[in-house]
Design a protein around this ligand. Structure first.
Ligand SMILES: [Zn+2]
Length: 488
C-alpha cells in the first residue's frame, strides 16, 4: 500500500513500525461549536484509512483527541494560530453565557452524535486535553530541562532556533520565516517565531496552576504531542489532519516531540485538502456553511452525507453541493437495490462468470485503495460489479448471488454506506413509535403530531402501513425545505 507522505512529498510504500499493528493519531475537533462538514471530511478520511487497514488485516490503534481547552484563535476563514488574537472558546462561552466546561461538554456530546451518525468507527480512545494537564506540564518541564524551552514572565516558549529540523514538514524553516517575516516582534521572544508551550492569562476562563504561573493554560500544539505519545508511544506510524494543520500546528508538534524524545515522532504525515461548498471556501458570511445537523434537517441521512464527503480523493478539493448529495442518495440506493436484487436470484448459474466478476472487482478495489486510498477508483470497481452482474439477468444462481453479496458487504466494511441505519437508531426510534401508537389509540393527536415532528427534526418521515409505522429518510428535500418547520 502506498500513501502520500507530506514529509517527503511523495507516495511511499506504507510499512508499519510493528508488523500488522498500525498506530494512528488524528487531530480531532475543537469543541466550542458544532463541527462542520469540512471537519467531517477529514474525520471520514481518517475512518476510511482505518477501515481499509483493518480490511487488510492490520490491527489499528487509533487515537483522536478532543480539544476542549479553548485556544482556537482565528475563525473558519483563516489559519489557526495559538499565540495572538482572541480565544474562540472563551468568546463563544461569553456569547452563550455558559461556563466553558459546560459548553465543551455540550459540544463534545454533539460531536459524538454526529460521529456515530456518519458511521465512523470509534477510536481506541478519545483523549480530552483538559484531562491531560499534568502530562503537559511534565513535557514542558522536560523541554526546559533539555534547553529547548525558556520561561519569560511566567510563560514558557519553545526556542525554534534550537531545533535544526524545524521546517522539514511545511518548508517553513527558520531562515525562510525570517526572510518572509511580517510578524510583530515581541520583546519576550528570542525569535519572533518561537511559540507558546504554556501561557499565562489571569482573565482566561480555563486555567491551571503550574510551576511557572497560577493562571495558565497549555498551547494547542503541546496538547496533541502529549496525547499522541501517551497513548501510542514515542514513534507513531501515521498522523493525519486537515491541510491547514501542517503549519504551524504539525510543524510545532514535531519540534516539541522530537526534542523531547530524541527520536522520530511520526513516520507518515497525511493531510486532507479543503472542502469547498458550491465552489467556494465555506464560511458563515457566504451562507454556504453546513453542519451535519443542517443536512439532517434538509432530509439527508448519515450514509448520504458520508458518501458525499468521501467520494473525492482526499488530496483533491472536494466541491460539496446539495446536488452532489442527491447523487450520493441515488448511488446508495443503487447499491442497496443491488443487494436486495441478489436476494431474489433463482437462476441456474452463469458458469463461473459471477465469480470472475467478483475476483476482478476485488482486485480493482484493492489496487485503487492501495494507491494512496483512491476512493473514486474503488467506487468505480464496486459500481462496475453492480452493472456487470445486473447484466447477467435471470441466470445468476442463489450461490453466485451469495458470493456477490459477501463481496459487497466486504467492500462495505470500508465504505460503510450500504447497510441500513435502522438497527443502530432503532432503540430510541422504536420507543417513540410505540409512544405514538399509544397516543393514537387514546386519540391524543397532539402527542402523536409532536412525535411526528420529533422524527422530522431528525430528517425522517413516518409512514403508517398495515404492518405498523415505519420511518424513512425524508424524500425530495433537494435544495432546502428545513424540516424543522414541518407542522409548525
Ligand atoms: Zn492536533
Amino acid at each position: 500500500m502506498h500513501l502520500f507522505n507530506t514529509l517527503t512529498r511523495k507516495k511511499e510504500e506504507f510499512k508499519p513500525l510493528h508488523k500488522q499493528v498500525v498506530r494512528i493519531y488524528n487531530c480531532g475537533p475543537t469543541v466550542y461549536t458544532y463541527a462542520h462538514i469540512g471537519n467531517f471530511r477529514t474525520f471520514i478520511f481518517d475512518d476510511i484509512l482505518r477501515r481499509y487497514l483493518e480490511y487488510k488485516g492490520c490491527e489499528v490503534k487509533q487515537v483522536m483527541n478532543i480539544t476542549d481547552v479553548g485556544h482556537m484563535t482565528l475563525d473558519d476563514d483563516e489559519h489557526l494560530e495559538g499565540d495572538t488574537g482572541e480565544d474562540k472558546l472563551e468568546r463563544q462561552a461569553v456569547l452563550e453565557k455558559k461556563d466553558p466546561w459546560q459548553l465543551a461538554k455540550f459540544y463534545t456530546a454533539a460531536f459524538m452524535d454526529d460521529f456515530k451518525a456518519l458511521r465512523l468507527r470509534e477510536p481506541m480512545v478519545f483523549p480530552r486535553a483538559t484531562e491531560h494537564i499534568p502530562d503537559m506540564i511534565e513535557m514542558v518541564r522536560g523541554l526546559i530541562d533539555k534547553g529547548y524551552a525558556y520561561v519569560v514572565d511566567g510563560e514558557v516558549l519553545y526556542d525554534i532556533s534550537r531545533f535544526p529540523g524545524y521546517g522539514r514538514l511545511s518548508g517553513n524553516t527558520l531562515k525562510d520565516l525570517k526572510a518572509g517575516a511580517r510578524v510583530a516582534v515581541s520583546e519576550k521572544k528570542r525569535t519572533p517565531f518561537d511559540f507558546h508551550l504554556w501561557k499565562n492569562d489571569p482573565r482566561h476562563i480555563m486555567q491551571w496552576p503550574s510551576p511557572w504561573n497560577e493562571h495558565g493554560f497549555p498551547g494547542w500544539h503541546l496538547e496533541c504531542s502529549v496525547m499522541a505519545m501517551k497513548y501510542l508511544g514515542d514513534m507513531i506510524d501515521i498522523h493525519t489532519g486537515g491541510e491547514d494543520n501542517i503549519f504551524p500546528h504539525h510543524e510545532n508538534e514535531i519540534a516539541q516531540s522530537e526534542a523531547f524524545t530524541g527520536t522520530e515522532y511520526v513516520r507518515y504525515w497525511l493531510h486532507v485538502r479543503h472542502l469547498l461548498v458550491n465552489g467556494e471556501k465555506m464560511s458563515k458570511s457566504k451562507g454556504n456553511f453546513h453542519t451535519v445537523r443542517d443536512l439532517f434537517a434538509k432530509g439527508y441521512d448519515g450514509a448520504e452525507i458520508r458518501y458525499a464527503l468521501m467520494s473525492a480523493h482526499y488530496r483533491q478539493n472536494l466541491n460539496f453541493t446539495l446536488e452532489g448529495l442527491e447523487d450520493s442518495r441515488r448511488a446508495i440506493r443503487r447499491l442497496r437495490d443491488f443487494l436486495a436484487h441478489l436476494e431474489t436470484c433463482r437462476g441456474g448459474g452463469t458458469g463461473g462468470r459471477v465469480s470472475r466478476l467478483c475476483d476482478g472487482a476485488a482486485r480493482k478495489f484493492e489496487e485503487a485503495m492501495d494507491d494512496d486510498l483512491n476512493i473514486a477508483g474503488a467506487l468505480g470497481a464496486v459500481f462496475n460489479l453492480v452493472r456487470d452482474v445486473n447484466r447477467l439477468g435471470g441466470d445468476v444462481s442463489p450461490e453466485e448471488a451469495a458470493e456477490a453479496k459477501a463481496l459487497m458487504l466486504r467492500f462495505d466494511d470500508v465504505l460503510a454506506v450500504m447497510h441500513e441505519e435502522r438497527e443502530e437508531l432503532s432503540q430510541e426510534f422504536k420507543q417513540k413509535i410505540e409512544e405514538r401508537e399509544e397516543a393514537r389509540k387514546a386519540k391524543d393527536f397532539a402527542t402523536a403530531d409532536a412525535i411526528r415532528r420529533w422524527f422530522a427534526e431528525r430528517g425522517y418521515e413516518l409512514e403508517d402501513t398495515p404492518e405498523g409505522t415505519r420511518w424513512k429518510p425524508k424524500q425530495g428535500a433537494k435544495g432546502g425545505g428545513d424540516s424543522r418547520k414541518v407542522g409548525e
